[in-house]
Write a protein that binds this ligand. Sequence first.
Ligand code: FAD
Length: 454
Amino acid sequence: MGALARSTTRYPMLEPRFKYTRAFCTEEEIALAERAQQFVEQEIMPYRHDLEGGWHRDEKLALSTLHRLYAKCADLGLTKSNLPEKYGGLGLSPVVRQMINEELSRGDIGLATMVGKIHWIVSFMLAAKRDDLLQEFAPRLVGADAWTACVAITEPAGGANLEDPALEYRTVRTIARLEGDEYVLNGHKIWPGPAGPAYRFQSEHLKGHLGYWTVATTDPNLGEEGIGLFYVPPDAPGLTFSSPYEKMGFSWTDENVDIWYENVRIPKRYRIDTQPGEGARIVRGYVIGLGRLAGAARLTGLSQATLEIVLGWAQQREIAGTPMRERSMFAGMLGEMFRAIDLSRQYYLSVTWQVMHPELYGPPWSHEMIAKFSAARSFAGDTAEMVTNRAMEMMGSMGYAYESHVEKYMRDFKIVKMWLGGAQRDRLDIAQGLYGPFRWAGFDEWLATQQARA
Ligand SMILES: Cc1cc2nc3c(=O)[nH]c(=O)nc-3n(C[C@H](O)[C@H](O)[C@H](O)COP(=O)(O)OP(=O)(O)OC[C@H]3O[C@@H](n4cnc5c(N)ncnc54)[C@H](O)[C@@H]3O)c2cc1C
């Protein structure tokens, strides 16, 4: 055991100064990405396995490591990086945040996702121009304590349904009914994370859970007019949770549960969208679309981390007396891995830059931009699949061994490719960007039966 020492060789082509294109970012922003890279090297790399409690999945070790490292991320300002300066945040540009997202995912994609949850919820409130809610949450987002948050979308009848523009949210079964000055929520979400009873998110390093930004409809028959985003505090009466799902990766970095909403009452102002049709735009553009784009940066970071491991291996491992990396077949495999990773990176950076210019490229909820977010995520997902697979094959049994870390990256990338509708939905959404939403044969009849049941 211990045959696999972490290589200290640095590759200029994989360094922030070289890999991040200055057409999209400034020198200062590259310096921030370098700072994130150093943080990952010092604080995360040595503890990657501890984030899942080591080989024996020690829950205590996993949670204490997760909360400690997450608090360090918060301390560095990573959780407040998209909060505008007027609320005490850093107000960083989407491009540099994506670069930091990539760097953090080199260390651990689960931890990067947990940090990203805060960016996600802030982005909804910014999109809806909810100054009042941003003022309300800002003290917790910028204070000394670390908090986590969750976005609840998926329902038992199918996650990808909700992401299908042709279905116009008519299959959503979490209902928010307006009663006076309150919304009353009833429904069932599956898989949201991190979620669960409050005590799971309270420790020496984690102050607590901010709550659940929940996708719900006032009436499924209203389609896009009915859909909205509702903030549900973590301790709201009527909220119950299942125990966490046991799964292939993301063991504790994303504790996923079922959530039941039974007559959960929230003040009317906790509906994030306020304008007609705004809920549909935010869910499509910010929850789904930009969620996929963030996934592309994360998958790229994970792929690079895997490439670095196999580069180290190919340098020291000899095949019949010659270092592996000098044999043309393996050199070609490494070259292909780099090519796909750098294309994933340049594409997600370019699309992120386009998001910053809606006057040229349209808003994030347009079919065209959704197509690009989906192309970025699915390409980066296919890249991660290819890179983890080939790295493992090149490393032989050592790649399969826990100590190589490649098997953990392989377990972790898969869900980032599959969530928010998955790889198949991504491809359909690319097609829909080209020629608009389309419905399946028999779709309208099926929808009518669904509506009759609602
Ligand atoms: C670790 C983890 C974290 C998660 N985090 C969250 C979270 O924070 N919040 C949340 O709400 N959910 C979360 N999820 C759930 C996840 O987003 C969904 O599981 C995912 O969107 C897919 O939904 P589904 O499982 O219901 O699959 P289905 O909807 O049953 O889809 C199954 C397959 O069919 C394909 N498919 C479906 N419809 C079509 C169609 N019309 N045409 C072609 N192909 C189609 C899909 O692409 C997929 O490949 C998480 C899941 C995991 C495992």
